[in-house]
Design a protein around this ligand. Structure first.
Ligand code: SAM
Length: 313
């Protein structure tokens, strides 16, 4: 399956460098996409190295299967990275992984192909699922959820100020006609949004909220971070690239909490060495962003934030 839509990998060299790939290590790419990061990881692996790719998306899986057919060190799995623990358990790899990469969110082909139903710019069926064979589509959610629930999704996941007003407009319209197309929903949201932001489609935030909800993106991220940490061997690296503040906040707080160990529970003025707090991870460097050259070549990289940690125990 080749849709003809392409994905430009973000922070390619930076992310693979941060993994510090060992030639004989076992690595996990939780968001295979079109395999940009995976291919570079494979270049650093020797004949004894292994790479396990995960993705929910059938087109990503098709690309992964083609790569697996070419390269015996690579395996692709159609599952959420939130479930990587049980997958590794069944392969006898729990606690033996040298590095986990999560390059979050959606790929460009998912956004650009109107048939996937993510786009408010190009009309298509209102779906938005990364894996269209699981869960409920955006159309079904919009058809069945209460106005309060729709408003919560627009507000919490889309950070939309006029969430209530926009949700009410959606619920009022669905009484006469179900929403089936992204263009139709975008039009109703546009009319209901009283304050258009410069250079931004007025449906952008609500669409982001819907997408995050339909794919349980934040729940998967929380579960995935925990599972990734369990999966790593001591000294193993966790590299996460986020594309919006909700994701990055989860990653940042997760890493900070584990890097502090028990420090938060101790009185601030206690003269104890840092190691005595027994942190689980060490944060490596500061948050990294795409270079000017990269953001010029690929505007999508503008919002990328990469954080890296190493497992200590
Ligand atoms: C930004 S793209 C990754 C691109 C990839 N690094 C590359 O270079 O081609 C994100 C991918 O992760 C997948 N994805 C997002 N959340 C996922 C999850 N919880 N489990 C598995 N795959 C997920 C999406 O389907 C999409 O293909």
């Amino acid at each position: 399956m080749n849709s003809g839509f392409t994905h430009i990998t973000v922070l390619l060299d930076e992310a693979v460098e941060a993994l510090a790939v060992r030639a004989d290590g076992c690595y996990l790419d939780g968001t295979f996409g079109r395999g940009g990061h995976s291919r570079l990881i494979l270049q650093h692996l020797g004949p004894g190295g292994r790479l396990l790719g995960f993705d929910k998306d059938p087109q990503a899986i098709a690309t992964g299967q083609a790569l697996a057919a070419e390269d015996g060190r690579f395996v692709i799995v159609q599952r959420s990275f939130a479930e990587l623990g049980s997958e590794l358990e069944s392969r006898g790899l729990a606690g033996k992984v040298s590095g986990v990469l999560l390059d979050l969110g959606v790929s460009s082909p998912q956004l650009d192909d109107p048939e996937r139903g993510f786009s408010f710019m190009n009309d298509g069926p209102l779906d938005m699922r990364m894996d269209p064979s699981r869960g409920i589509s955006a159309a079904d959610f919009i058809a069945t959820a209460s106005a309060e629930e729709i408003a919560r999704v627009f507000k919490e996941y889309g950070e939309e100020r006029f969430a209530k007003r926009m949700a009410n407009a959606v619920v009022q319209r669905r009484e006469t006609q179900r929403f089936e197309r992204t263009g139709d929903l975008a039009e109703v949201l546009k009319v209901a949004n009283p304050a258009w932001e410069k250079g931004k489609n007025p449906a952008t935030r609500a669409f982001q909220g819907l997408r995050i909800h339909v794919n349980n993106e934040l729940g998967d991220l929380e579960a995935g971070l925990e599972a990734a940490l369990e999966a790593l061997e001591i000294g193993g690296r966790l590299v996460v690239i986020s594309f919006h503040s909700l994701e990055d906040r989860i990653v940042k707080l997760f890493m900070r909490k584990l890097a502090k160990g028990e420090a938060d529970k101790m009185p601030r003025d206690l003269p104890i060495r840092f190691q005595a707090f027994d942190p689980k991870i060490k944060i490596l460097g500061k948050a990294q962003f795409a270079s000017e050259t990269e953001t010029k070549a690929n505007p999508r990289s503008r919002s990328a934030v990469m954080r890296v940690a190493e497992k200590l125990r």
